[in-house]
Design a protein. Sequence first.
Length: 287
Amino acid sequence: MSARLIDGNALSTSIRGQLAERAAVLKAKGVTPCLAVILVGEDPASQVYVRNKVNACEKIGMPSLQDVYPVDVDPAVVFARIAALNADPAVHGILVQLPLPKHFDATAVLAAIAPDKDVDGFHAENVGSLMQGKSRFIPCTPYGIMKMLASEGVRIAGAEAVVVGRSNIVGKPMAMLLLAQNATVTICHSQTIDLAFHTRRADILVAAIGRERMITGDMIKRGATVIDVGMNRYSSGPKQGKLCGDVDFDTAREVAGLITPVPGGVGPMTITMLLANTLESAERALQ
Ligand code: GUN
């Protein structure tokens, strides 16, 4: 039996349609929601992500500002720009694309963003609020995954949820959100002794490892919901160079009940929730 696909493109299109309507309502009230994006350096993957974010803003009628700095920029320049954006009432969301070059203290940069414009939800104050179950901004990738689970009616309360990966961007906030909805949550990582023991117990399995097709069908419980956050490329074989996830899709889909494809799964939802957070920030500013 083959798993049913969770179509991130279709869900994104539907949510973005609603966001465009909300953006139009705001504009009619004199507020134009605006996202400011800061990119340091020329990492090709980051350039693609930032371009996609800026284009997505444009498509729902939301202007964005983009500041691109050379890799060796003095961090003081970036801090000064963040301070200016914090103080600018026309800017509702500020995003600094990660990773930053090594001479930056990334935690200090994230801490410099005003918490009420931190649409990534990475500021310590927002991370703390998420842990307390009263979040201001939910980090975009886990937020998008929760929307995907809800759209498919996946039962979370009481489910065994296993998150593979413990990053601040995905793994940790993902675990918090599943916990807040009463799943029993396990977080696995590079030091986990027997990864397959844990993943085989999962009713909901979230793979956010960053390693090509690491989760294979034999590691998945029959009927499980499998969410693939990976964005890798086949390193060999006939599909070499093509996009693939952290899950070996061909073997996993034979076992899983529901599965997200790569591309066309979690990726578009991440950007959609960034738009949602920015719009929400603008709506709050109006109140
Ligand atoms: N780098 C990879 N994912 C993200 C993200 O969601 N936000 C930011 N700011 N940087 C990233």
